[in-house]
Design a protein around this ligand. Structure first.
Ligand SMILES: *Cc1c(COP(=O)(O)O)cnc(C)c1O
Length: 391
């Protein structure tokens, strides 16, 4: 091709290298180790003099195809696939931080990452401060001389707060820090943080990259300078992605943009409809004109994603009543699936927080989160309507 291939072409083609079998699809290399033609070749590959595979904890061709495809979609130099989204953030922290370093993080991040920062990295002398994701001055005030990483997830879950990635990247670089963005909710189909100045993107491939609730996986994407260190940690510590899961995620990437556009269209229609329901106090979705950061979301994202949260007038009782009245929608805390899911954050995903911390994060008892799937949106509405307007 005489020009740069587009996103849709890369999603389908990037990273594939056919074997001598001339296969059309991507093969799954289910092998733990690799052989050499001679003792001398083994020595050369082990010493790094010659490129080649040694052991699937280090490298695997199916995993490599997934890494190259995701790197190209995120416009990153390199990608390292991991066993889960949590393994991606762990590998990032273990390879880029030292005892005595400091993280500034959005307070609205995936719950297990907060536990990782506080209870696990904390034991090794790495401290984390938390700020409201949209408050740039708070980020700046929290930075210390030993701050190494700024960590953010945008849009946040479940309140859909939007952080300004370009502004945070500039702030990070002014203070000699790296900006790490959890791009799980938008995926590169809707938002490319590296192009906005972020240094590292992490993913839970478990969510929209798979898109059909089949497998657990994750990835770290960025520049070779940092990713070499991440790979160094991963191949030693071992939270590597399995080739079978890499193959599932490869297939997921091929339809990712189409699915994200469809999830976003369904979610926007549902959010607008929810705003008109008498039992609904407020809807949190960055695609709505009523969202305080709608214009930033519009500038930074190609669409607004599939997750919609809303607060009911009737509090926790009304929330549980609504959830229990659904027939079609699945009651589960997972998201990023073709099947619509519903959850009550205050008693599930955010149940471990103290009531004060929940209040600060805006998670009231009347809050319900829906990860809108790909069913006919009219069926999703009628499944909710039954329980919504019961008083
Ligand atoms: C699920 C999730 C993670 C963790 O990923 P796992 O694959 O479950 O380990 C991290 N960040 C976000 C935003 C998530 O939704």
């Amino acid at each position: 091709m005489d020009h740069e291939p587009g996103f849709d072409t890369l999603a389908v083609r990037a990273g594939q290298q056919r074997t001598n079998e001339m296969e059309q699809g991507e093969p799954i290399f289910t092998t733990s180790s690799y052989v050499f033609r001679s003792a001398a070749e083994a020595a050369a590959v082990f010493s790094g003099e010659k490129p080649g595979n040694i052991y699937s904890r280090f490298t695997n061709p199916t995993v490599r195809t997934f890494e190259q495809r995701l790197a190209s979609l995120e416009c990153g130099e390199r990608c390292v696939a991991t066993a889960s989204g949590m393994a991606a953030i762990l590998s990032c922290c273990m390879s880029l931080l030292n005892a005595g370093d400091h993280i500034v993080s959005s307070r609205a991040i995936f719950g297990s990452i907060t536990v990782l920062f506080n209870d696990h990295l904390g034991r090794f002398g790495i401290e984390t401060s938390y700020v409201a994701p949209a408050d740039l001055q708070a980020w700046e005030r929290a930075i210390r001389p030993n701050t190494r990483l700024l960590f953010v997830e945008t849009p946040s879950n479940p309140m859909a707060e939007i952080a300004d990635i370009a502004a945070l990247a500039e702030l990070a670089h002014t203070h000699g820090c790296l900006l790490v963005v959890d791009n799980c909710f938008c995926t590169p189909a809707l938002q490319q943080p590296l192009r906005l100045g972020a240094d590292i993107v992490i993913h839970s491939a478990t969510k929209y990259i798979d898109g059909q609730g089949r497998a657990i996986g994750g990835a770290v994407v960025g520049r070779a300078e940092q990713l070499d260190k991440v790979l160094g940690f991963l191949r030693t510590a071992g939270p590597s992605m399995s080739p079978f899961n890499a193959w599932i995620f490869l297939k997921g990437l091929e339809t990712l943009r189409l699915r994200m556009v469809a999830h976003s269209a369904n979610a926007l229609e549902l959010a607008q409809w929810l705003e008109q329901q008498p039992g609904v106090k407020r809807v949190y979705y960055s695609g709505l004109l009523s969202h305080p950061q709608h214009s930033l979301a519009k500038r930074q994202q190609r669409a607004f994603g599939g997750v919609v949260a809303f607060e009911l007038y009737g509090g926790g009782e009304a929330a549980w009543r609504l959830i229990d009245s659904t027939n079609l929608i699945s009651i589960t805390a997972n998201l990023g699936d073709t099947k619509t899911t519903i959850t009550h954050p205050a008693t599930t995903t955010h149940g471990r927080l103290t009531p004060e911390a929940r209040a600060e994060a805006g998670i009231s008892d009347g809050l319900v989160r829906i990860a809108v799937g790909l069913e006919d949106v009219n069926d999703i509405k009628s499944d909710l309507e039954r329980g919504l307007n019961k008083g």
